[in-house]
Design a protein around this ligand. Structure first.
Ligand code: PLP
Length: 499
């Protein structure tokens, strides 16, 4: 019998989305099948027509179904639009135990001679080498004698001003004195987590989550709790709200704009609601915004910071993804945790590289940073489209692909029998590095998922690498084939063809 659970705390339309997505995934609904009418489904589920409409619109946005004028809604016929599934996670907080796998991935991340589809380095799609070198030369000529000294502990004031000014362009007001320059986004994440939580505390994370954040949680002895995350809209607020009821969550660590690995961008409205929800419980939000400048089109998403009223949002930024990860320059807006974050910064690393800070300041000042971004974004979008086309050509038809709105990675769901750790080893043998899915989950999910990076100048080597990878996936899909289990939640049948 078809049902939704009105007491479950999840939005009803989300339940309908999962219900139908599950039917499509377990094959009860096939490409081209007609969905029940809005009125019909509202009667069967005893919910309102607008709720069903909202669910259908969401499914349409996710590319799972299509509206045909005067005919109704149909399951997407083309695999062009097959999207990775959102996770339904009902886990408990757990220690992160991903170190061994992360070690293995890191062993190969910088290995020369490998096709580097495992490393997320978007700036390489259009390197700013020449303009950046010129900026550095100008700085060296001007400030030679100062350059061997320490930078101010909290950052070069000129760079802090530039960063604050850029927020002004996005419609938010940031005091330069509240910008803390760090050694990359990773140090900013460390300072943020240590400012608001301690060993044993529970940190809510997306599912899948950036593995560098998970490794950090692990190294600080904290526990991670995965929250349902939609591949299109980001973290589910109803799932988060439920988790806040059930667990003593000390802080949340979520992507602000473009997430890694899903590539999705939550709406401004979604971010506002997220901040409101967390502020109502005085739970700090650490927003990882290192990809925010790399949305492919439209306005740059406004950081959640702008919606904060109580100083409980800590924003992490970085120049690694846009310009130069080797410079190791990022920043933190610590909100009301500024004092603690500053102390930690002093204790952990004293200050950050002066030459790199002054070079970036010069790079931004000259207008080169914006010109660079204007060239980089379309390159990345073009690469994403080409990589998706290659995967559709070379990978098994059941492969589902994310539709990133920015950044430099694709998230793939492979046919059930494929273990992406085995694929990782086999791919290294043929000279390709990838990132296996399990690394993105503390609770051992995503065994048959992987992340691929398109942050490189497009080349024939990438195309033939994808072809070879597709062959490997096909081989593993055949050798590991087992009957697909039907998830209990998706066991309800919407298709009149199958009783
Ligand atoms: C989502 C996310 N946050 C933070 C970082 C760390 O950035 P940085 O290289 O500036 O330390 C990365 C790097 O891969 C990332 O992908």
């Amino acid at each position: 019998m078809l049902t939704v659970d009105k007491t479950d705390g999840t939005f009803l339309y989300e339940q309908v989305v999962h219900l139908i997505a599950g039917q499509v995934e377990n094959g009860a609904l096939r490409p081209g099948d007609r969905l029940p009418s809005l009125r019909g489904l509202s009667r069967r589920l005893d919910i309102s027509v607008p709720t069903v409409r909202q669910a259908y619109l969401e499914l349409e946005r996710q590319g799972r179904i299509e509206a045909r004028p005067k005919s109704g809604y149909f399951v997407q016929a083309s695999r062009q639009n097959r999207l990775v599934r959102g996770a339904r996670v009902s886990g408990k907080p757990s220690t992160v135990k991903r170190q061994a796998l992360i070690d293995r991935v890191y062993d190969h991340i910088h290995q020369t001679g490998l096709l580097p589809l495992g490393i997320a380095n978007p700036g390489m799609a259009h390197p700013a080498t020449r303009t950046l070198h010129r900026a550095m030369k100008r700085v060296m000529a001007r400030t030679e004698s100062r350059l061997l000294g320490y930078a101010p502990a909290y950052g070069d004031p000129g760079l802090c001003r530039q960063i604050a000014y850029r927020y002004l362009n996005q419609g938010g007001s940031v005091d330069p004195a509240e910008v803390l320059i760090t050694n990359g986004g990773q140090e900013a994440l460390t300072l943020a987590l240590q400012s608001v939580a301690r060993s044993g505390d529970v940190i809510a994370v997306e599912s899948p989550a950036y593995y560098g954040g998970l490794e950090l949680i692990e190294s600080l002895g904290m526990l991670a709790l995965e929250i349902d995350t939609c591949p299109v809209n980001g973290v589910s607020l109803s799932a988060l709200s439920k988790a806040l009821e059930e667990h003593d969550i000390r802080a949340c660590l979520f992507s602000a704009a473009v997430s890694n690995p899903l590539g999705c961008v939550s709406s401004d409205e979604g971010r506002r609601n997220l901040v409101q929800l967390l502020e109502s419980r005085d739970v700090p939000l650490i927003e990882d915004d290192v990809y925010g400048d790399l949305v492919f089109s439209g306005e740059r998403p406004r950081p959640a910071q702008f919606y904060a009223q109580r100083g409980q949002v800590l924003t992490v930024g970085s120049f690694s993804k846009t310009v130069a990860p080797g410079y190791r320059i990022g920043w933190l807006l610590p909100g009301r945790h500024l004092g603690r974050a500053r102390k930690l910064k002093r204790a952990i690393s004293c200050s950050s590289g002066l030459l790199q800070q002054l070079t970036l300041r010069e790079f931004i000042n000259s207008g080169d940073y914006d010109r660079h971004l204007n060239r980089l974004r379309p390159k990345l979008q073009h690469n994403a489209e080409r990589m998706i086309a290659c995967i559709e050509q070379y990978f098994p038809a059941e492969t589902a692909i994310s539709r990133p709105c920015g950044g430099s990675v694709l998230w793939l769901e492979l046919p059930g029998g494929v273990d992406s750790e085995v694929l990782f080893d086999r791919a290294i043998d043929i000279g390709i590095s990838i990132t296996p899915g399990r690394i993105f989950s503390p609770a051992d999910r995503y065994r048959n998922y992987m992340r691929l990076s398109f942050g490189h100048p497009w080349s024939e080597a990438i195309e033939s690498g994808l072809e070879a990878l597709g062959r490997l996936v096909r081989e593993l899909a055949v050798s590991g084939r087992t009957p697909a289990p039907v998830p209990a939640r998706h066991g309800q049948n919407l298709n009149p063809r199958v009783s």
